[in-house]
Ligand binder design. Structure first.
Ligand SMILES: Nc1ncnc2c1ncn2[C@@H]1O[C@H](COP(=O)(O)OP(=O)(O)OP(=O)(O)O)[C@@H](O)[C@H]1O
Length: 740
């Protein structure tokens, strides 16, 4: 059916007695879609509530309402209305407990069916009700008992630099929540926790995670908040194979609604990262902003204070440059996030935190044309008015909400709306998780000032510290098993020095507990085994420092702490001071090879960059034997100090695990890499037609299940007619889809 066939048709039947005519109008059907979906609703007992939806489709769809999957019909308390042109309303009057449940609306026409479900909560408690309907509720006060007295803690939902978030079920009500568990004994942690509690207590908005309860003991703080059951936005976006600019505008508008509410209360979020954008329910598009750990009240008169913390990629230039910080910092982060969501590219990300921060400080960036050209004019304008170095010139939240790009959020994408492939965003998400796997808490609070990356040879704010490497040890074991390679080097330092990147998976609660028990044990050994007697729980990094520097330095550290006070940044200053007094640094791999595919007979080049003071000496090992120079194997160093080993020609015997050791008088570090044979990839699946019009067709295919140990660079597309033998090449050097 083509557009040109739309119109009136007439059928004529004639016989010798006369003629009969029947007219019919032919139209192209349009799949039903929601212009506005009904929203989760809280209603007070004995009052009435409305669920409203706006639905469109051609022919106009038949609308049905259901309660807990049972069809609803009109009754004295249930009224179903339809108001032209597209407004569908279900009114429940005089609500009683039985009305609580899952309500669904479905729309069906000849083109297809859609449905959407939401929960209606009937509250009998006035304060719960007003709290849940986004007016200011009761103030949550911290209880001084264990959270586990009132909640059952389940799966780990995520971790950040300050705490671990678990799924929690309130025993008294059976309701689900998220509990952020933070450990830290010092007074400054208490101050930071109180700040987060205080800020959350003031927030009541549908796009901000709401606080429910709070607990504290002498060394732990717990915030129980609304559960975002749909997980992180990046997770839900990257599960799809594509999305459109309309989707991103829809999410960004919700983020701006949340920020607008905060800014009106004179509160700036100041720590927005992709991990703080959560989805309320699995499968829904309701965005929630969380993590108010860095939020602060901004006083509009007087001098703005600097902020020393954040995730480098998303902090604004005024934060990176140590200048006064206000609401505009949130707008910068929103701009960087919008660009990331639309292109999969994090604009300021460098190879390490130092490079990232330098780029942000500089504030200049290039919009890469290959991404930029794919975006609409409005999207480009929106981003370029947010990523502006001068905070006074940057668009504020009100202006951003009025920007024409956000009108897209309400529009349905048309057939020619470009589909944004999620591959780049998926790759970024893995890098993001990788950064967090280093930075996230193991047990204790770990926030570090941005500047600390300049004082550590790893050039990272939270370096991967020796001694905290439980997961990599698992990886090493996995590598040993999967390659059949039996590592002879079983000493503690050998596996503690393993520094391959780790991507932390969501783990079950019990796994986490096991690891913490491990930590506790190591703490005890340090506490009683060493003669300096540390009388408190110590986190991974401190333990590492104690092991590394010895007792004298622990005393120095304590004294310095005493002198400098107990602000969190004072700890880092103290660390930096101690570092500068020590003459030298143990080696640290700033660049290292991981897995290298190679063709037998070709040339192989392996590079690593180890830093340390004095400059470390590098040794390469294969099967625990030191590799020496030969006619096939050569070593050299480039101008930046990278150590490069070349093998030419590569033989079968060269495949396997290589070990690289960097040593200086302060210590040693080890990394391993794997050389695998690069072979031809398997064929991809047959192309699938994902979009077909009368003149165009879009073919898409999956990656081959085996890539021959090297990423597939491009594809060719060939076709032949059914009886032909010859394949004809349509296109070479193409991506995973092709439009003809
Ligand atoms: N209410 C919630 N529901 C579901 N998951 C959540 C919730 N709150 C947090 N999470 C998950 O836990 C992770 C860490 O939470 P959060 O950002 O609050 O911790 P943090 O230690 O303050 O982190 P940051 O490093 O960003 O300061 C989030 O990225 C998210 O994946």
């Amino acid at each position: 059916m083509l557009e040109r066939y739309v119109g009136m048709y007439e059928a004529i039947a004639s016989n010798e007695h006369g003629t009969a005519r029947q007219r019919v109008r032919l139209e192209i059907a349009e799949y039903p879609h929601f212009i506005r979906r009904p929203e989760e609703t809280y209603v007070m007992m004995r009052r009435s509530c409305k669920l409203e939806a706006r639905i469109w489709g051609v022919p106009y769809p038949e609308i049905k309402w259901y309660k807990d999957w049972q069809p609803l019909t009109e009754s004295s308390r249930h009224k179903i209305q339809w108001i032209e042109p597209d407004h569908c309303i279900l009114t429940i009057g005089d609500c009683i407990g039985r009305d609580q449940g899952l309500y669904s609306v479905t729309a069906r026409n000849i083109a297809g069916t859609i449905s959407h479900s939401v929960t209606v909560h009937v509250e009998d408690n006035e304060s719960e009700y007003s709290y849940n309907t986004y007016t200011r509720g009761r103030q949550v006060k911290s209880r001084t008992k264990l959270i586990t007295d009132a909640y059952d803690l389940g799966d780990e939902l995520g971790r950040g630099v300050t705490g671990i978030v678990y799924h929690a079920v309130e025993r008294s009500s059976g309701r689900n929540y998220a509990a952020k568990v933070m450990h830290g004994k010092d007074a400054q942690y208490r101050t930071l926790f109180k700040n987060e509690l205080d800020i959350m207590n003031q927030l009541c908005h549908k796009n901000l995670v709401r606080l429910h309860d709070s607990y504290e003991t002498k060394d732990s703080f717990n915030l129980v908040s609304e559960l975002a059951g749909g997980g992180e936005l990046l997770h839900s976006l990257t599960k799809q194979s594509f999305y459109t600019e309309h989707d991103i505008a829809f999410y960004i508008r919700q983020l701006l609604w949340g920020l607008d509410y905060m800014h009106k209360l004179s509160i700036a979020h100041l720590g927005i990262t992709p991990g703080d954008l959560l989805i309320k329910h699995p499968g829904s598009r309701h965005l929630l902003l969380t993590d108010f750990g860095l939020s602060r009240r901004i006083i509009s008169f007087g001098k703005l204070n600097p902020l020393e913390y954040g995730m480098p990629e998303f902090v604004s230039p005024e934060i990176a440059n140590g200048k006064g910080v206000g609401f505009a910092a949130d707008m910068w982060s929103t701009g960087v996030l919008t660009y990331l969501l639309l292109t999969g590219v994090s604009l300021f990300r460098g190879s390490d935190d130092v490079e990232t921060l330098n780029r942000v400080k500089d504030g200049h960036f290039m919009f890469r044309s290959e991404h930029w050209n794919d975006l609409t004019e409005e999207a480009r304008d929106f981003i370029s008015k947010l990523i502006v170095v001068d905070p006074d010139v940057r668009m504020d939240v009100k202006q951003a909400l009025r920007h024409p790009w956000l009108n897209m959020a309400d529009k349905k994408p048309s057939d020619d709306t470009p589909k944004l492939n999620t591959d780049a965003l998926r790759n970024y998400y893995n890098l993001y998780k990788d950064w967090y796997s280093h930075a996230a808490v193991k047990y204790h609070y770990r926030r570090r000032p941005l500047d600390s990356c300049y004082t550590h040879p790893s050039r990272m704010i939270i370096p991967l510290v020796t001694g905290s490497l439980r997961s990599p040890r698992r990886e090493a074991a996995h590598l040993r098993l999967s390659t059949g390679y039996n590592n002879q080097d079983t000493s503690e330092t050998a596996h503690l020095d393993w520094q391959a990147p780790v991507i932390r998976e969501r783990r079950r609660f019990t796994d986490v507990m096991d690891e913490e028990i491990d930590d506790e044990r190591r703490n005890r050994i340090n506490k009683y085994g060493a003669d300096y007697g540390v009388a408190e729980k110590i986190d991974d990094e401190r333990r590492n420092r104690i092991n590394k520097y010895g007792a004298a330095d622990t005393y120095t550290l304590r004294r310095l702490r005493h002198e400098l006070g107990t602000r969190p940044e004072a700890h880092v200053e103290a660390d930096a001071l101690i570092e500068s007094r020590r003459d030298g640094h143990a080696p640290f791999f700033r660049e290292k090879p991981i897995t290298i595919p190679v063709v037998i007979g070709d040339r192989l080049e392996m590079k690593c960059l180890a830093v340390g003071e004095p400059k470390p000496v590098i040794q390469w090992f294969k099967n625990e034997l030191v590799i020496t120079e030969s006619s096939r194997m050569k070593f050299r160093e480039d101008k930046d100090g990278r150590c490069i080993m070349t093998i030419e020609p590569v033989l079968n015997a060269d495949l396997g695990i290589f070990k690289i050791v960097a040593r200086n008088k302060k210590g040693q570090t080890v990394t391993r890499c794997r050389v695998v044979e690069a072979t031809t990839p398997m064929a991809p699946d047959s192309p699938e037609a994902v979009d077909i019009s009368d003149t165009e067709i879009l073919l898409r295919w999956k990656q081959p299940s085996y890539d021959g140990h090297a990423p597939v660079i491009c594809y060719s597309l060939q076709y032949k007619e059914a009886d032909d033998i010859e394949w004809i090449t349509l296109a070479n050097n193409i991506d995973q889809s092709f439009g003809m």
